[in-house]
Design a protein around this ligand. Sequence first.
Ligand SMILES: Nc1ncnc2c1ncn2[C@@H]1O[C@H](COP(=O)(O)OP(=O)(O)OP(=O)(O)O)[C@@H](O)[C@H]1O
Ligand SMILES: [Mg+2]
Length: 406
Amino acid sequence: MPEPAKYKILEELGAGGMGKIYKGHLVGHADFQRPIVIKQLKHADEPGHVKLFVEEARRYAVLDHENIGRIFDFEQVQGQLCIILEYIDGWSVVEFLQRHEALGCLPDVEMSVFIVSRVCRALQYVYEKSAIVHRDISPSNIMMTREGTVKLIDFGIATHSGKRESSLTGKPAYMAPEMVVEMRADNRSDIFSLGAVLFEMLTLRRLFLGNTTTEVLEQVIAGQSPSPRSYNPSISDDVMSILRRALQRDPEKRFESAAAMGEACEHFLYDKGYGPTNLTLKQYLTRLYPEGAAADRDFDSEGPTYFPVIQASLIPIGEGFTMSAMGAPKPVPVKRDAGETPVSPTAFTPLTAPMHTPAPDTLAPDPGPETKALEKLGKTLSKSSQAGTKTVVAGGKKKARAAKRS
Ligand SMILES: Nc1ncnc2c1ncn2[C@@H]1O[C@H](COP(=O)(O)OP(=O)(O)OP(=O)(O)O)[C@@H](O)[C@H]1O
Ligand SMILES: [Mg+2]
């Protein structure tokens, strides 16, 4: 009698630039079942992609940290090579942002900084353990469990720190300038990307917007960004300075490590003696994703406090965010529930800014021949022969520099 399959695919959770993600079960003896995630390579017939996939599995294998999604196995499932991962029962930061949009509220500032501080811990661990950089820090690659643990996932395009590439790799909207201009990423590039994620969590607006990948890359190179306070006046000076430091164009001026950025976040969170914990995040998520009408009523009855709409203006990232010019009103203090939870429904600051829009795909390293060129920016972008994977081909480097000079 043939052995029953060890891994059973149940449903698709999502599809990214590199592969498809399924929810599944590990099936053991006596009806033993454990939920898992099965990551299947999208283009298993492409040797370059298979090589990256194998490298991803190997990189994952040595990582064991509370704030990183764990790998269980690397196996064939239904004849396809798959990475078997811990199932994270919770939400990605994309879903977190979308949920706030749906409620018409901005994410709580402390909660956002808390989430970022845990990603810093994960990044520092990875860097110390293997000297690799993630290169794909973005809202879809940060998850939170129902229990309030933050998990960094998806090491599909991680690489050795400082390594120069021949192609542009990562999600354009979260790329550090040097990833675009020099096609090089080190640990400080992840810090910039995390700064871009924090900006988006605080404002529900993406740092670099554009209708096309090229337009987004132009924004990254130009380094112009609106003040986050023009979207969320409740951002304190401490948080502004964390953002400003993370988003410096010059890597030398950023936090020197994820540990340093994490420390700055934790100073802000805990200097006053108490601050958010996993439990606080759990409570926040429970409010954000309430089950049943009673919880929904909670949001309605509390009634949000509205901030005036303030027009955004462009300022260079390297020179910091100019706040006084924005005429931003004083931050409105967040009310706390008496007793245990520091996150009350009023912590859901109402929106005054444009809604969040879905992020473009991750650009995968170029595994195959160039097939299509896109212009503008004076840079050649191309889609690889595999649908859904956007790649910038060799040659982009010189042209990106030229674009920067012009
Ligand atoms: N271990 C996991 N547990 C639960 N859900 C997961 C897990 N890994 C991924 N997901 C979900 O599947 C989605 C798709 O993941 P995937 O990394 O394939 O795509 P992506 O992040 O949207 O794009 P990209 O590949 O460009 O990063 C994630 O955003 C997340 O919602
Ligand atoms: Mg991903």
